[in-house]
Design a protein. Sequence first.
Length: 450
Amino acid sequence: ERMMEIRRLNCNPMTMKVTYYKKPVFVHQGYMQWLWDVDGKRYLDLFAGVATVIAGHCHPKVTAAAEQQLKRLWHTTNIYVNPFIHEYCEKLASYLPDPLKVIYLTNSGSEANDLAMLMARLHTGNYDIITFRGSYHGGSTSAMGLTSVEAYKFPIANGIGCTNTMCPDVFRGLWGGSHCRDSPVQTIRECSCAQGHCMAQEQYIGQLQETLATSVSRRIAAFFAEPLQGIGGAVQYPKNYLKEAYKLVRERGGVCISDEVQTGFGRTGSHFWGFQGHDVIPDIVTLAKGIGNGFPMGAIVTTPEIAASFAKGAHFNTFGGNPLACVVASSVLDTIQENSLQQNCLHVGTYLMIELAKLRDKYEIIGDVRGKGLHIGVEMVEDRVSRAPLSPQAISEIFEDIKDMGVLIGKGGMYGQTFRIKPSMCITMEDADFFIAVFNKSIHNYMEKK
Ligand code: PMP
């Protein structure tokens, strides 16, 4: 195992630490919600390649579609017409409300957000962009400027890695993940997290107004929001916040962008798209992750008006919308529908939230349980009074213990204090029970040692 790790580090060094760095998992094979390591140990995968493998690893229907297409046609670039692109785009468009009907295909979420930013600037003629604290929108040079979580940034200036809210490129003055301990509005009962997702609506709106009024040019190109923050730790907005925010941004001439990279394709359970849970229709939607069930792909969906502004320039990418990706993605949409994966997501997700809330009431180090469908965050704190984020060592101990008991989950939040549960949408109630038992045991083990 150590040899394999050294080989990997030599040929493919990572800036991000491998999860479970105390003892990495050497994944070898996957099927539906399960992964196997090189020794044959089976894991219940509740992170699904970071919320990506939505239908399940090597899902038989998606795999069969890919196999068939592998023998037919892989790649042409999109300067030729082929039926696979438009068949897929028509299908995807049918899942979106008017006027979101124009689709561009990319290779990743970062590329989709880069392009969305470009489109917004071309369309509005404005430059400033607003994103949230706790946001993650990508790791490419431009998209990194939209991202707020420090762990995913490089310390260079000018909107690329800049944390200065006065940087001329991107503003991050908004809340959505800071110390709600400083906020007077919530009680422990409402919120015992270490982040600021529980501020009142007026405070959120106040922050937005301030940001709109103090941006460098005072001319907003775009407002980026994940309907439910992903890497930020399943941070939610107050109920009507996005609706009001969209109105304010549009009044100032900006366009509203919904990053659905994690929330799309039914993951929030109650809706197919995260924005539908906020009763808004964005001007641009960006997609990736679940779109290809693990096949690299991304997309932007926008309105004919914005597409017309974009058409004034020329945009080309070699792989975006290649026939193989389109066929896979098309089969993913069919699979979600045929297997009622969104409904399952709501069913199992709701159950998990109820059971996790019971554990929160039992253990004071579980500060908060939040999320929607199978997009769940469990925030760990030192105690209910200080609400300080649980230390990285403690988080790591619990995390590794859960893995040793056969379950893989994720970590996130501004301080790495939030466990993230984003499995394939095919998991069962039995899987949920298994995880709850394992999580309970891991916290019990930690408390005993403490
Ligand atoms: N937006 C969100 C909300 C994400 O979670 C991610 C990836 N974690 C991205 C964008 C970037 O996607 P990719 O890694 O495919 O570039």
